[in-house]
Design a protein around this ligand. Sequence first.
Ligand code: FAD
Length: 211
Amino acid sequence: MNDRAKGRRLQELYDYDRSTVHEIVDRAMICHVGLIRDGYPVVIPTIHGRVGDTLYIHGSTAAGNLNDLRKGVDVCLTMTIVDGVVVARSLFNSSMNYRSAVIYGTSRVVEDPEERDAALRAITEHVLPGRWDDARPASGSEDRQTRIIAISIDQASAKVSDDMPEDEEEDMDLDFWAGVIPISIVAGTAQPDPQLRADIAVPGYIKGYRP
Ligand SMILES: Cc1cc2nc3c(=O)[nH]c(=O)nc-3n(C[C@H](O)[C@H](O)[C@H](O)COP(=O)(O)OP(=O)(O)OC[C@H]3O[C@@H](n4cnc5c(N)ncnc54)[C@H](O)[C@@H]3O)c2cc1C
């Protein structure tokens, strides 16, 4: 690891272990891809998938950001999971509980059919486990319209904040409420497409979907 991924404040919250980074990558629904375009920074939200130490993103061959990434550029990906609002007695000590990852790597376009297949499977299963084997596979023309970009993790840091507020000793007797409001993403009941054939039941992996 070089200095790029080294946290500066609150060292105890940082974790450079790849397994912690992988856990956050897998749990986060989306990532943000940061790159320099025409000399300016741009950060684009997108879906991702992971195979080992490689992250995959995909999209239309017409998408501007994927076209830039095709050229093999330095990228920074971030994933964030918000777990709670930390309500301290003082505004200064109020914060959030979260798990986040910041990943550095170089982009690479994926052309090998086997790797493309593995990448699309990883992205699909990341969003909705069980779907890869329960949908029509992409046609040749759909495949040709899809660009896949790989980013091997070069350096990475994870940061996990999971605590009650840390108020000053002299604030502990104040009259203000303190604690944590837990936050989580919850899936609602799946809404069938109005044009769905009546004989198709909701699959178990959709009924039981937990983001
Ligand atoms: C949750 C989520 C998941 C997504 N998943 C995918 C995916 O898997 N694959 C995929 O190709 N796209 C995905 N997108 C869309 C993606 O963010 C881009 O919009 C898309 O890649 C097309 O970009 P473009 O070529 O139009 O613009 P680009 O050339 O990439 O960007 C040009 C400009 O358009 C603006 N812009 C681009 N995207 C956004 C945006 N999302 N919101 C606001 N402004 C924007 C920015 O100002 C940017 O500088 C996702 C978006 C979200 C929010």
